[in-house]
Design a protein around this ligand. Sequence first.
Ligand code: NAD
Ligand code: A1AUG
Length: 552
Amino acid sequence: MNSATPSLAHFKLPVIENEPMKAYAKGSEERAKLKQALDDMIAQGTQEVPVVINGERIYTGSTEKQLNPSNHKSVVCNYHQADGALTEKAIQGAVAAQAQWEALPFNDRVAVFLKAADLLSQKYRYKVMAATMLGQGKNIWQAEIDAAAELCDFWRFNCKYAEEIYHQQPPKNAPGNWNRVEYRALEGFILGISPFNFTAIGGNIPSAPALMGNVVLWKPSPSAVYSNYLVYEILVEAGLPDGVIQFIPGPAEEICSVAVNHRKFAGLHFTGSTRVFKKLWTDVGANMDKYVSYPRLVGETGGKNYHILHPDLDKAGVHHAALQTIRAAFEFQGQKCSACSRCYVPKSLYNDFKASILAEHAKISQGAVQEFQHFSGPVINKFAFDKIKGYIDYAHASPDCEVIAGGKYDESVGYFIQPTIIHSKDNFTKTMVEEIFGPVVTMVVYDDDKFDETCKLIGDTTEYALTGALFARSRESIVHGSNLLRQTSGNFYINDKCTGAVVGQQPFGGARGSGTNDKAGSWTLLVRFISMRLIKENFVPISDYHYPSNVV
Ligand SMILES: NC(=O)c1ccc[n+]([C@@H]2O[C@H](COP(=O)([O-])OP(=O)(O)OC[C@H]3O[C@@H](n4cnc5c(N)ncnc54)[C@H](O)[C@@H]3O)[C@@H](O)[C@H]2O)c1
Ligand SMILES: N[C@@H](CCC=O)C(=O)O
């Protein structure tokens, strides 16, 4: 008999609010505590990160290193890798754990994630931020909005959304009947694959399906293993039962091949590049005859996000757009799927916009993240450095492009690439079309009387449709532009930068090449990981099978 808490009440969640963000101003308590956490983490040296399956921490001896991108001679952790056999063991353990986890009353599952959020908010905030800064190259503010605030918000708001979903019941009952719906987990396991660039996404990838009663194999990014492992241990301390989430860093293709070929593969929760998601989709498609049910494939992928300025902007509006473009293009070195990497400027405003953005660009300081004054830090690794460098070298060599700011790079200590601004005469130059995922933004100029055509160009230029922003003054321009740009992004911003969605405020995601647009940070993501069962209970026995219409 299940030892779950008997259902003796309908519990109400605590009031769910966004995690307050701390400013880390000079002399503040939070800055001192974060500094201490950074110093401690630097002093502790390289950490060992295990595979965790069924609660067992497994040091396989097959290890890879996660480097500090600010100083790539420094090793943040050695992580032990799962292989195919351990992946199979993780699947068996997860599937064995599901029945008891799903049967746990909703409030007991919720309590794990609410407690994890409070543990992160208070006890572990600075440690997880320090791991995100040193391991992934985020400065203080980028670490705060991600590894502290957004992850707390994911954990808390998902509970609120899940409660709202559970309250969705059939509105009508015929006399003598009671119709009810239960929200089952999916049969089998979910494969969760997370990217390097947000610790919060790492935490949400396994947590969202698990909250709904699913069991998950979580493969973190090799460039975010340490912070993701700390997140995992917080979930364990919060009471997550063994086997519900299996933590399996390791060779992605080997792990995914075992998982995607397994009969009990019930779904994929992926965030990462479009290329990888499309490959996984085809791998699943090739195995459809093996599965118990149709797997749920949920993916948030690439972006080639834009800012467009309307000709009706005044000088102040142009300067505001320049400031917001600096933030959207260069925060976290442009390593956000939402980063602004293309900018459309009307001819009449170009000189003012160029003057503003160059003046602001000149103020950007770049360096190691533990030197708090820097707005810009390193890109994540050698692969990214070489890829982004290639786009900059292309621009330097292209007759259609002029590098008007930045354009230099240095990997002698960390993977540092200067925030770079390109002016292109070609609307379809490579840096206007392809995702760069680095601190590079390309601007093109359009004729003032070609706003409508430019809006169409925005949609026709890339495969992506993740985020975009329109800067305009009049309501008429805002309405007109919003309508023309409807299909160009899943997150559309008006007079604001195209990055920075907050859980509970701006559900996040895009369609086309940017993903399935299931919207992380909203209820629509959670419903992808449930399978409803309708229950109709009849209270009144019948005495005859005939219907009145049969009586003649
Ligand atoms: N839309 C969003 O919400 C969102 C959020 C973050 C990142 N992203 C996208 O992710 C990319 C950057 O993150 P990244 O560099 O970690 O992406 P990535 O695709 O290189 O890696 C993402 C995850 O996939 C794994 N992976 C890599 N190759 C794989 C394979 N062949 N099979 C299975 N798994 C594989 C990686 O190990 C990692 O865990 C960018 O394209 C960015 O736009 C999108
Ligand atoms: N949700 C984040 C982007 C996540 C992807 O990298 C934003 O809105 O800036």
